[in-house]
Design a binder for this molecule. Structure first.
Ligand SMILES: [Cu+2]
Length: 708
């Protein structure tokens, strides 16, 4: 039976059977949807890409070698999300790019022009529609596109998030991906200030892969893609995993969206048959640090809850491209063998778990066991060998979850924050079933402000997916790292000898995504970004005034689209220091990635001279998730309160305005965003933009005064 048949059967069962019996087969893992390949006029039909099961993205795509053209229709459409808590497929009506629960996969090459015809088919909001978080009129149907992590122009009709694409409006984006762009895993999502969280939480996001075929020849970096293949040259199997946390709710008052239907516990959201789940109420569904911990919803992967990944053999090297497209909560990825026994073992080993997240947590603890805090028992984590962070190839393979030897931090977790990407090589040691977990955060990994929710992971361990491994060749767990390194060396006999020698040690420098930053021009006086939610003035240097204005602040200022807070000259290299007060936030900057130079706690670096975490490898704590970041390039970084994150960026090539913001997207919508402007020449009249005296390049502040 094919995937569609299985899904249809699951739906039929859901309709005909009591909830407990509903799930007879696991949800099949589905790759992100693809758009139909558009045929050039008069030509024979080209490759026909079948949409992923269960949805039909609206739009099409064509690749002609240099140009990737995409019709991307923004629509609200009915879909189904499996809810193990009730055993039913919940009906949802959500905004997305293309009509599926996740946007279509976009693949480009360096040097391509990506042309996206964005067609906003959403309705004009009715007069009583909920207002934007900033108090303005409803903006939930106004959308745009952000190409997260791409090094492209932020201006005009490129990666310009200051655009408003109104309902019933078409807009043509043209993104020129430079020929020297690193290959890697990127993503796109909605970014209209005020509706970003609501739209991304609805599914308005998708994966964007830049594929590179530049070999390493001894001069300049090559693309990691060129070495990830078997002995015959066939690329390793890839799995694209877009993690989404869609907080759909059913309302007893559809239309006004004020009263969420809950279970008798008053917390768990439920959708009775005949009701449709929506994301329409910002305050109740999105803007709470703990809502995702208690609402009973599940993290989905490419739109599917707890899928079973089945195309895996023991000993096979796969590349997993993980993208965290959730808006608010940490996902702590761990992989462990399942040890199910007992009356439900057969279903569990097939990848089927029933129950709410809380009910499942007890089962997961038994069948997917991981060392408990303070235990010295070795764990059987399946290591994740990270080759790229935020899309950019690392200097060395980072082993996550290698017992007692890992520099990845406590419990060998791959900490994914909203906006992060992690490309890992995985090898499953033996046939059998494995759990892909979202590991719970321990009390030590929660900010003091929120001991019961939020923080560095869910409050209960959750199953994200199962992997059912069949056939292949068994490899001892402890030998997987050496196996990957030696296989890469063996399968790439034509590499220069120095690269083969490096690769044997897991060194990826020949394929590094970004060159090491040079000195910064402002190292004595770095730029500062201080995140804070609360009443001004910002503590602790000044006493909080409960009567002071409340807000979501960066440097004690809320977002004003007319205000530029940072202005630099193109080509300049700048140092930054990032802090959060009270609770953690997530720093993200557009256009240029940054290098993490250091992370300090109480004035002392958490790293030794070799970039290794000073904390014990498997010690729990807040610093764990920085352990793999020393001199790593990223575009998004967690800023834990009480820590200082030091980063460095060069503003390469592109001028224009773009933004820095918190990637907890309800914080961004609340005001945690600021504008950066890159200009050609800070010393020239008008910063080198236009002729001196030109009037139409002047900036107006919000009072209508010109700033130049
Ligand atoms: Cu934030």
């Amino acid at each position: 039976m094919n995937g569609n048949g299985i899904k249809l059967l699951a739906v039929l069962f859901a309709l005909l059977c009591p909830p407990v019996l509903a799930q007879s087969a696991p949800q099949s893992f589905a790759a992100p949807p693809t758009l139909q390949e558009k045929s050039p006029a008069g030509a024979k039909p080209m490759l026909f890409a079948v949409p992923a099961e269960g949805c039909n993205p609206s739009g099409d795509i064509s690749h002609d070698g240099n140009l990737v053209t995409l019709d991307l229709n923004v629509v609200k459409r009915h879909n189904k999300i499996y809810n193990p808590g009730t055993g039913r497929m919940d009906d949802v009506l959500l905004r997305s790019y293309g009509g599926c629960l996740t946007g279509p996969l976009i693949e480009v090459k360096p040097g391509n022009t990506l042309r996206v015809h964005l067609n906003n088919e959403l309705d004009n909001p009715p007069p009583n529609a909920p207002k934007c978080p900033d108090g303005g009129p409803s903006c939930f149907n106004i959308i745009n596109l952000h190409f997260h992590g791409l090094h492209v122009s932020p201006a005009g009709n490129s990666d310009n998030v200051l655009l408003n694409i109104a309902p019933k409006t078409k807009f043509e984006y043209e993104v020129n991906i430079p020929i020297d762009h690193p290959s890697g895993t990127f993503w796109y999502h909605a970014h209209r200030h005020g509706s970003t969280a609501l739209q991304v939480a609805s599914g308005a996001s998708g994966v964007l892969i830049v594929r590179g075929n530049r070999p390493y020849t001894g001069y300049g970096p090559g693309d990691i893609d060129t070495i990830l293949h078997d002995a015959s040259g066939k690329p390793f199997t890839e799995q694209v995993l877009l993690f989404q946390q869609i907080p759909y709710a059913c309302f007893s008052d559809p239309g006004t969206f004020q009263h969420i239907i809950t279970a008798p516990d008053g917390k768990t959201w439920v959708c009775p048959p005949g009701k449709t789940g929506v994301v329409e109420n910002f305050n109740q569904q999105l803007s709470s640090a703990t809502v995702w911990d208690f609402n009973g919803r599940f993290t989905s992967i490419n739109g599917v809850v707890q899928p079973a990944i089945t195309n895996v053999a023991a000993g096979e090297i796969q590349r997993w491209r993980m993208v965290h497209a959730g808006i608010h909560d940490t996902v702590n990825v761990q992989i462990v063998p399942m040890v199910a026994s007992g009356p439900n073992a057969e279903k569990e080993l097939a990848g089927i778990l029933s129950g709410t997240p809380t009910q499942q947590a007890k089962i997961v603890a038994q069948i997917c066991p991981v060392t408990q805090p303070n235990s010295t028992r070795p764990v059987n984590l399946v290591p994740q060998f990270e080759i790229a962070a935020d899309g950019l190839t690392r200097t060395a393979i980072r082993p996550i979850g290698v017992n007692q030897q890992s520099i990845s931090g406590g419990m060998g977790t791959n900490f994914l924050q909203p906006g992060y990407r992690s490309d890992v090589l995985v090898v499953f040691p033996h046939p059998g079933t494995y759990c892909v977990l979202n590991q719970a955060a321990t009390p030590a990994e929660r900010p003091t402000i929120n001991p019961n929710g939020g923080g560095q992971g869910p409050n209960e361990t959750q199953l994200l997916a199962t992997v059912i491994v069949k056939g292949g060749t068994s490899i001892p767990l402890g030998a997987l790292g050496r196996y990957i390194n030696s296989t890469l060396v063996k399968n790439n006999p034509n590499l220069p000898q120095n690269a083969r020698n490096d690769l044997a040690q897991g060194d990826l420098t020949p394929w590094r995504g970004m060159p090491e930053e040079g000195p910064a021009s402002n190292s004595a006086n770095p730029n500062k970004v201080a995140f804070y939610i609360g009443n001004l003035p910002e503590p602790p240097t000044k006493q909080t005034n409960p009567k002071g204005p409340f807000g979501f602040w960066i440097n004690s200022k809320e977002y004003d689209p007319n205000r530029i807070d940072f202005k630099f000259q193109v080509g300049d290299t700048q140092d930054w220091q990032l802090t959060s007060y009270g609770e953690p936030h997530i720093f993200h900057i557009h256009v240029n990635p940054f290098e993490v130079m250091d992370v300090t706690y109480k004035g002392k670096s958490i790293f030794d001279n070799y970039g290794r975490c000073l904390a014990q490898p498997d010690k729990l704590g807040l610093q764990n998730q920085y352990c793999g970041m020393w001199h790593t390039f990223k575009d998004t970084v967690f800023v834990q309160n009480d820590y200082l994150v030091k980063i460095r960026t060069t503003y390469v090539r592109y001028i224009g305005e773009f933004v820095i913001h918190c990637h907890i997207l309800d914080h961004e919508d609340g005001g945690m965003m600021t504008n950066v402007e890159i200009v050609p020449d800070l010393g020239a009249p008008g910063d080198g933009i236009g002729m001196p005296g030109m009037k139409h390049v002047m900036h107006m502040d919000h009072m209508g005064n010109s700033s130049k």
